[in-house]
Write a new protein. Structure first.
Length: 445
């Protein structure tokens, strides 16, 4: 049987799809790149904004035609949207065979067996912590980068930011055991992986037992994990996403600065630069505290680059609040930012707030911040020109296969002409000759 898996949303979803693919491959299924070639279509979905849900619903809707032509086709939705509105999806789309929520993904092989025998719609939306231990398999997905792998170290979230549906659809935060993560990393590296990205909705809360109070100075199980991973020979790079700002205490910051495999790029979700909006968002830091953390990180790693998540048009966001966010962007000088228009999510406190911001204003604010980001990244990328960068080679570039691409530790894409012996997964030195806001170009040295 051939399975096609389409993933929407964040890296955690990509990791889940990959674990599912690995599990299915072990059972004799083959993973295919084309939906037309598949006997089973699985959509791994996202609920974080309405648009993500709409996209997936639209896509699964279109599959009705394919199913008419191929009645034996099995179609399923898994992940956050399944968890959020799974039973409604089954009612609205009779051509849909199953929905599996985030807590029972590991049961997918059983679900497929049972549907093959008895074509009844199936819904699995309960479950919880089990998924953490049973989802350890890895699989090289057709579109994934070789030599790079994701490891999920925490799942779920206890923070309850007032706009966010994640705690609702992914449940309470749970961490894996440190030894478990290290042995998964060792196995991946033995199989050729050179860069590991640690994942968690609140990754730096790893090992804190779900306590939402930021840890006191001197306590950071996440830093201990990084120390252990840094010891793995043949592993070149360690990245992680997404950390909540308050978890960067001195211990973690000093550890980041001292471990040579930890990349000098930090994704530091800001959400808003206005203290009043941060409070309404239930984010437990102020703009000043955020800047203090960014400054400390910069002291520990002078070449560090920052990326962030920002929401514009949160309920009650005034021009003044928005300007505070704009000012923060200027102060921090992000190299990348994911700027989102606030999207009300049923069941979250912010969706009930009465002072919703009109769509037009959200659009305008979004454009202003995108422009700011472009200018900042352009100016910063210019400073790389004439420098020599260590680049992890990813392979032929998407636009022009004759040129190759890779990334610096600071997460900059570098395009260069390969030498005959240039290999994927190796570190090379590239002299940067020119730059745009998104890319650095250079020559092997
Ligand atoms: N509307 C818009 N953006 C959101 N995010 C989370 N929930 C919402 C929402 N309701 C954004 C946050 C988060 C990122 C993953 O998605 O910025 O950091
Ligand atoms: Fe959502 Fe906040 Fe948890 Fe991030 S920290 S997943 S934004 S609730």
């Amino acid at each position: 049987m051939k399975v096609f898996i389409k993933t929407y949303g964040c890296q955690m979803n990509e990791r889940d799809s990959e674990a599912i693919a690995g599990m299915l491959a072990e059972q004799g299924y083959s993973i295919v790149e084309q939906e037309n070639a598949a006997d089973i279509l699985i959509f791994n979905t996202c609920s974080v904004r309405e648009q993500a849900e709409r996209k997936a619903v639209g896509k699964v809707g279109i599959m009705k035609k394919l199913k008419k032509k191929k009645p034996a086709l099995i179609i399923g939705i898994m992940g956050c949207m399944a968890q959020n509105i799974g039973d409604k999806l089954l009612r609205d789309m009779p051509h849909l065979d199953f929905v599996i929520g985030t807590g029972q993904l590991h049961k997918l092989p059983e679900v497929l067996n049972s549907i093959s025998e008895d074509r009844k719609q199936l819904s699995l939306l309960g479950g919880g912590g089990e998924v953490l231990t049973s989802m350890g398999t890895h699989h090289q997905m057709p579109d994934a980068k070789k030599y790079q792998a994701y490891i999920a170290v925490t799942r779920g979230c206890n923070r309850f930011c007032s706009y966010c549906i994640v705690p609702q659809v992914r449940g309470r935060e749970i961490s894996r055991e440190i030894d478990d993560v290290v042995s998964e990393a060792r196995e991946l590296v033995a199989g050729g992986v050179r860069e590991i990205m640690l994942l968690g909705q609140n990754v730096a809360a790893f090992g804190l037992g779900g306590d939402t109070r930021p840890p006191p100075d001197g306590v950071s199980p996440f830093a201990c994990l990084l120390v252990e991973l840094n010891k793995i020979e043949e592993l070149y790079r360690i990245r992680f996403v997404s950390p909540y700002p308050s978890y960067f205490n001195d211990k973690l910051i000093n550890t980041l600065g001292s471990l040579h495999k930890v990349c000098h790029h930090v994704h530091l979700p800001l959400q808003s630069g206005s203290d009043c909006i941060l409070k309404k968002m239930n984010r437990q830091y102020t703009a000043e505290k955020y800047l203090e953390i960014a400054d400390k990180l910069r002291k520990a790693m002078p070449d560090v680059t920052f990326s962030t998540d920002i929401i514009v048009g949160f309920p009650g966001e005034t021009d003044e609040d928005f300007n505070a966010t704009h000012e923060m962007m200027k102060k921090v000088g992000y190299d990348n930012a994911f700027i989102f228009k606030y999207s009300p999510r049923t069941g979250t406190p912010a969706a009930e707030m009465t002072d919703q911001v009109p769509q037009k204003i959200k659009e305008e604010r979004n454009q202003i911040l995108l422009k700011e980001l472009g200018e900042c990244a352009l100016a910063h990328n210019k400073t790389y020109v004439n420098s020599i960068q260590e680049v992890l080679v990813e392979g032929p570039s998407r636009r022009n296969a004759k040129r190759w691409s890779g990334k610096t530790g600071t997460f900059k894409v570098v395009i260069f002409d390969p030498a005959p012996d240039t290999e994927q997964g190796k570190l090379v030195k590239v002299k940067i000759t020119r730059s745009t806001s998104a890319t650095l170009f250079g020559e092997l040295t």
